[in-house]
Structures are given as C-alpha cells and as structure tokens.
Write a protein that binds this ligand. Structure first.
Ligand code: FPP
Length: 244
C-alpha cells in the first residue's frame, strides 16, 4: 500500500525529515481491529482492547517523537454504546486507567489533552476528570484529542444548535469555531487500520480535504514502522484542495 519514493525507505529519520516541512501537522486514527485481533487468538474482545490501548500509547508517543503536533484518536463512538455492557465497561476502564497515567506522563510527553464528543453519558465524575486533565495540560505543546461518545454528525448538529440558540449566523467559519475541535487544525492524514475503508462518522466536517491511508494491519499490531509507511505515502500525494 505504501508508495515509496524508491530512493529512501521509510524510517524514523526519514519521517522526521519529511514532517519538519510542516505539511503534516495532524494525524487522526480510526483504531479498528481490536476484536478481530483477539478472535484470531481465541481471546475475549476486551483483551483486544487492552492490547489496543498499549498500541495507542506507543503510537501517540512515536508521533510526538517524529514531530507530529496533533493526534486524534477515535476511542469510542456514539454507536459503540450499543456494544455488550462488559465490553463497554472494559473500554471505559482502560480510558480511566489512561487518564490516571496521563496525570503523570502528560508532562513527559508534553501532551495537551482534549476530549471531543458528548461525554455526558460517561457520568459526571468522568466529565469532571476529563475537564481537569484538559485544564492541567492546556500549556503543553502536543495536542492529543480523544474522541469519546463521538459522532461527526452529532458534533455538527451540536455546533449548529449553539449558533441557533445564540441567534448567530450559520457560516462555515462559525460552524468550525463551534465544533469540539475548535482551534485544532483539520487532520492532514486519517489512518484507518484493519482493512475497512470508511469514515464511520469520524471527523466528518474536518476531513473535507484530509488524505486517507488504509492498512490491513489490526490496531493492536500497529508499530512505529507502520506510521513511517503512512507518512511516506502521505508525502507522495498531491493535495490540490479542489484546485488544479
Ligand atoms: C475498534 O475495534 C475499536 C474500538 C471500538 C475501541 C478502541 C479502543 C481502544 C484502542 C482502547 C482505548 C483506550 C485508550 C486508552 C484510548 P473493534 O472492537 O471494532 O474491532 P473489530 O472490528 O475487529 O471487532
């Protein structure tokens, strides 16, 4: 799937050099395939999510190391509430554990945390914790946006509702400024793992001009080298934004 330039093979050094051009600031990930990863090993789905969370940490760290300024991950969609209760609980537990961890590691990795989506169904304590973490990390340089209870259509509707309630004019700028991602540049690259080639209600507004990279690798198997492959392919693309 990767289109190597032929001259340079994807590597950490090559990624760093390409990214330093400033043309790839934001990568968003649809972390798919945790369930299939577990099924292949005869393990419960929640074990797949545990390994998925470990891959997430490694990939976020690597993206920061190679100079990516913003990472967004689709951790829990509005539709995921329809999964069996114990699976939902296991994902929420992993998120809680990660928040605990972040309270210590956000400074090491300079992570500026933001939660996007409708968190209300996660409960008041969770919402408060998320807000605290956002406030405590607001001065760090690397944006990590975690989409939870997130749906792109829901996000657009909520933004339009805010404008309507305030009697403000509905323009592209006004909608953008009222999305959960306000102030964050649109993703340059959206990576989806596990072979599916669809957006699944992720960043629908923000992805208008994003490049897409699909890989058959299941999310828990994602490694830094897979990011190098995606970066290499991204830099082989021509982004025309509708122009010639
Ligand atoms: C999609 O795989 C994955 C999810 C719905 C959950 C993603 C969650 C994590 C990676 C863990 C989150 C933890 C942190 C700390 C961010 P799937 O279950 O739909 O896989 P399948 O399509 O193979 O069944």
């Amino acid at each position: 799937m990767s289109q190597s330039s032929g001259k340079d093979t994807p590597s950490r050094e090559r990624s760093i050099s390409l990214i330093s051009s400033g043309r790839l600031r934001h990568i968003a990930f649809i972390m798919d395939g945790n369930g299939r990863w577990a099924a292949k090993r005869g393990l419960p789905r929640k074990v797949g999510h545990r390994y998925g969370a470990a891959a997430f940490k490694e990939i976020v760290r690597y993206c920061g190391d190679i100079g990516i300024k913003y990472v967004t991950v689709y951790a829990f969609s509005t539709e995921n509430w329809g999964r069996p209760g114990d699976e939902v609980e296991s994902i929420i537990k992993l998120l809680g554990d990660y928040m605990d961890e972040c309270e210590k590691t956000a400074s090491r990795d300079s992570l500026r945390m933001r939660f996007i989506g409708d968190l209300s169904a996660f409960g008041e304590a969770f919402v408060e914790r998320a807000a605290k973490l956002e406030a405590a990390t607001a001065h760090y340089s690397h944006g990590l946006n975690i989409a939870l209870g997130y749906g792109g259509r829901d996000e657009i509707v909520r933004a339009c509702r805010k404008l309507a309630e305030r009697g403000e004019e509905i323009t592209e700028e006004a909608i953008g400024a009222n999305l959960d991602t306000a102030g964050i540049p649109d993703p340059d690259l959206i990576v989806r793992t596990a072979g599916e080639k669809r957006l699944s209600n992720f960043l629908m507004w923000q992805s208008a001009y994003s490049e897409f990279y699909f890989t058959d690798t299941l999310w828990p198997d994602m490694k830094p080298h897979d990011i190098d492959l995606a970066v290499e392919e991204f830099f082989g693309r021509k982004r025309r934004y509708g122009k010639v």
